[in-house]
Design a protein around this ligand. Structure first.
Ligand SMILES: Cc1cc2nc3c(=O)[nH]c(=O)nc-3n(C[C@H](O)[C@H](O)[C@H](O)COP(=O)(O)O)c2cc1C
Length: 178
């Protein structure tokens, strides 16, 4: 698949078919995730793939019902990715904690690879960390950074609008149009 097409057309998916995620696809997706750049190549991330209905139910309960992705985790997606990161295994500089970026970059690679495999994902940040931690026995030193359903989308939403380049890019100095 063309990288630019994936970058343009990947969407957050909140409705899934019940079809299981094939192991070979999952392996390729996780392989893509682990190749992400990270602070000093420390790779502070862990990914937990959850298919067990009991654990999925606890994860679903960690997400407020008003979160638009709540049903995807509880009801429709065959698998859930739990993204964890160890802040001590990354770095920080000038008040910026890089474990979140490390984990985010890996997750972005996972999401793009999933798209290339015909699978959907949706970054979920709005959840109760303690409940999600309990669902998978995650050690206290790890932060639970994100959840994502993983599975075959019911449909592929059309490309979502973004800000124009002229609105977000300057030339040489702040405020000077490109
Ligand atoms: C850091 C972050 C947190 C997000 N949290 C949620 C969430 O809790 N629930 C949800 O439904 N979508 C969540 N999203 C998905 C965004 O709503 C989505 O990426 C955005 O609306 C753009 O749509 P697209 O991904 O389909 O292009 C999150 C995305 C990011 C990057």
């Amino acid at each position: 698949m063309d990288l630019y097409q994936a970058l343009r057309d990947r969407r957050s998916i909140r409705k899934y078919k019940p079809d299981p995620v094939p192991e070979e696809k999952l392996t390729r997706i996780l392989d893509a995730a682990r190749m992400a750049p990270s602070w000093s190549n420390l790779q502070c991330w862990k990914f937990i793939i959850v298919r067990d209905p009991h654990r999925k139910k606890i994860l679903a309960d960690s997400i407020p019902g008003t979160n638009p992705a709540a049903r995807a985790v509880g009801k429709t997606a065959p698998a859930v990715v739990v993204l964890c990161a160890d802040p001590r295994a990354s770095g920080n500089h000038d008040g910026k904690d890089y474990y979140l970026l490390d984990a985010g970059l890996a997750m972005q690679q996972l999401m793009l690879a999933a798209y290339a495999e015909g699978l959907g994902t949706c970054w979920i940040a709005w959840f109760d960390e303690a409940k999600a931690r309990a669902a998978c026995d995650i050690p206290a030193e790890y932060r639970v950074v994100a959840l994502s359903p993983l599975g075959v989308p019911v449909n592929q939403p059309s490309t979502r609008l973004r800000k124009e380049i002229s609105e977000i890019v300057y030339k040489e100095e702040w405020g000077k149009p490109l």
